[in-house]
Structure formats: C-alpha cells, structure tokens
Design a protein around this ligand. Structure first.
Ligand code: ADP
Ligand code: MG
Length: 349
C-alpha cells in the first residue's frame, strides 16, 4: 500500500553482480577497532584480542516474517539489523559487526535494494556496528534476508540463559505487546486498502505501536545502564517471541520455576486502549505477542536497590525452586501455568 508508482525502476540485471555489490556497499567504512578487514576480500578479518566473540544469525523470509505491502524497505533494512543486535545485547555483549545477505527476485529494482540498504546503513551508524560482508543472490520468488551479528564481551561479563537462581528477581525492560498490536493495526489497514485502493490509512492515533512494529530498537542502552549500575544479571534473554516463551526458556535452561505477576507487566496506555478496541486481552498480548525486542533478565535480590525506581526496568516476578514450573499470578490471585503459546513459526495460521 505504500509503494510509490512514480519511482525509477532500474532492473538489477543491468547492474551486474559486482557492480551491484559495490554500489550498495561503497558507503560502509569500518569504525570498530576490531575490524581488521571489512568488505572487499573473500572474508572479513576481525580481532577481539582478550575478548570473547559472540555470534548470532537470523533469517527473514518475505511472507513469513514481513509483508512488503506495509513494511517500507528502509524500515525492513533497519529492523533486520535490530533483531540481530538484540540477540547480541541479550548476551550482555557489545555488538561490533554485521554481515548482510540478501536474495531477491527480479521483481525488485535497484531502487528497492538502495532503500533497504539505507535502513541497514542507518542502523549500523546509530548502533556503531560495521557492515563487514554479506552475499547477494537471486531468488525465484520474493525476498530473503539473513543477517549475522558479531559482538564482543569479556568472559566474566557474558550472561547466559542458564544462570537464574531461586529468589532471583525477574526484570523486563520497556513495555510489552506494542509490536504485535502495531501489526494488527497495519494488517487491518492493509485489508481495507485491498478492497479500496484509494483508502488513506490514518495511523497517527497508533503511532507508538506502529513504530514498535516497523522500527524496533535493540536495547543497547540497557547494556550500558547495567554496566553503569554495576549489575550483572544472573540470566538474560531478549523478548522476540513474547514474554511466556522467553520466561520458559530462562526456567528450563536455569532449572528453576517462576512467579510472574500479571499486574506488574508493563503496558503502554496505547497498548491498553488498542486492546480494548480490538477486543483483545492485554495480558495475553504481552505474553504471546512477540517482536518487542526488550530484554528479560534475572538479578540477585541484593541488587534490587540499584535498579529500584529506574523507569526502564520493571520487576515482574521472581524465580522459584519449583523446577520448570512457571506461573502467572493473576490480578485475582489465581496461579495460571505459563505455556509456550508465545509464537510458533510452524503453527498453521
Ligand atoms: P564471494 O564470491 O567470495 O562470495 P562476493 O563477490 O559475493 O564474494 O563478495 C565480495 C565482497 O562483498 C565480500 O567482502 C562480501 O562479503 C561483500 N558482499 C557481498 N554481498 C554483500 C551484501 N549484500 N552486503 C554486504 N556485503 C556484501
Ligand atoms: Mg558471495
């Protein structure tokens, strides 16, 4: 619905593979000390000296993970980097490099890839990571994107999913459910647009949640904040699939249980009002929505004074000795077992 029909369309075939790669990547100049060689050879060369290297990859497929009808390509480029940096930060590491691989069908002109790379470049600049390589190829249908993010951390700073202990506090950053609701709004507008192409969507009343969906930010700031507060989480994970599935991961890997308090789950007022409009339960949306890219972590209780009152951090529960038993404690004090209704990429929709 957002496609501009007046834009120029240079067919990719007219570029040649190497011309295309050069054209798209010529602006990428490494700034990280650890980047010895970036784009331009058979492989990048990195040097992390006395740090551990942290690596994570995500694959994004058109029609499964994104819909170009309402996802502008610039945002897609930005988001592709964010979802990967989020995984690096979830290890309490600093993101330093990314590689970006794309496969596109011939329905994509050069201008589309330029737009995508604008988003990539913007994310790389803001987050201080070098684009050090990638691959470019064709696909028979649609667009595929694979980003690999690389980061560094001192060995003693790395935080795994597996370190949570009984009595630890469970903490989440930011607020939850917005990205899922933003998607619901965009899909609703897209359905209307399909019937009436003259329909001009008014997304203004939903700006926060639409932005949460289209332009998420990875929580680099939280890694800096934790360092400043001198708090090392005992376990950590990023909230990409919804709170319930992430909590279950922490419980399983750490061999503990959890009590999560429904009334503590942080929700933006726009999330609450949009849930009312769509007839959705806001707790369910926060638990199962996904794509919020917040961080979920546990800390020892004695660290509580250090994080108390910080507007970025909300204590939502605590860990229990009851191995792998995670419960939502509802507003009326019922204990509801948390199930992985998070987000299952193989579920039929
Ligand atoms: P090879 O044939 O060895 O795979 P390429 O010609 O594909 O090499 O790549 C040449 C250089 O350009 C390499 O440094 C590679 O990492 C980089 N590169 C290729 N495609 C992309 C891309 N889409 N984004 C960023 N860098 C890329
Ligand atoms: Mg290649």
């Amino acid at each position: 619905m957002l496609e501009d029909k007046n834009k120029e369309r240079t067919p990719l075939e007219s570029m040649g593979e190497f011309g295309l790669i050069d054209h798209l990547t010529k602006g990428f100049k490494p700034v990280q000390e650890s980047t010895v060689k970036g784009i331009g050879d058979d492989a990048a060369v990195l040097d992390f000296k006395d740090h551990k290297t942290v690596v994570s990859t995500d694959l994004l497929v058109e029609g499964v993970h994104f819909n170009l009808a309402y996802m502008p390509l610039k945002h897609l480029g930005y988001k592709s980097i964010m979802v990967n940096l989020s995984d690096i930060y979830a290890m309490n590491a600093e993101a330093t490099q990314v590689t970006v691989s794309i496969a596109v069908s011939n329905r994509f002109p050069l201008e589309a890839l330029e737009e995508f790379y604008e988003g990539v470049a913007m994310a790389a600049k803001i987050y201080g990571v070098d684009v050090v390589g990638g691959d470019t190829t064709s696909s028979t249908k649609g667009m595929l994107i694979s980003v690999t993010a690389i980061g560094k951390a001192r060995e003693e700073d790395v935080v795994y999913r597996s370190g949570a202990k009984e009595h630890d506090l469970l903490v989440v950053t930011g607020d939850l459910g917005g990205a899922y609701l933003g998607l619901q709004v965009l899909e609703r507008e897209n359905e209307v647009f399909k019937v009436n192409p003259n329909h001009q969507p008014d997304l203004e009343p939903y700006s926060y949640i639409v932005e949460r969906q289209l332009k998420p930010e990875a929580r680099k700031d939280i890694i800096a904040l934790l360092k400043e507060l001198e708090v090392k989480p005992t376990s950590m994970i990023d909230v990409s699939d919804g709170l319930s599935s992430e909590i279950l991961h922490l419980c399983k890997e750490s061999g503990v249980g959890c009590h999560l308090y429904e009334d503590k789950i942080p929700l933006d007022p726009m999330v609450i009002s949009t849930c009312e409009e769509f007839g959705l339960d806001s707790t369910l949306v926060a638990m199962s929505g996904g794509e919020d890219y917040e961080l979920l972590f546990t800390i020892d209780q004695k660290e509580f004074p250090k994080i108390k009152g910080n507007p970025n951090l909300t204590v939502v529960g605590h860990m229990t000795a009851d191995k792998e038993a995670a419960y939502l404690i509802s507003r009326n004090d019922a204990q509801i077992p948390i199930t992985a209704q998070g987000w299952n990429s193989f579920a039929k929709t």
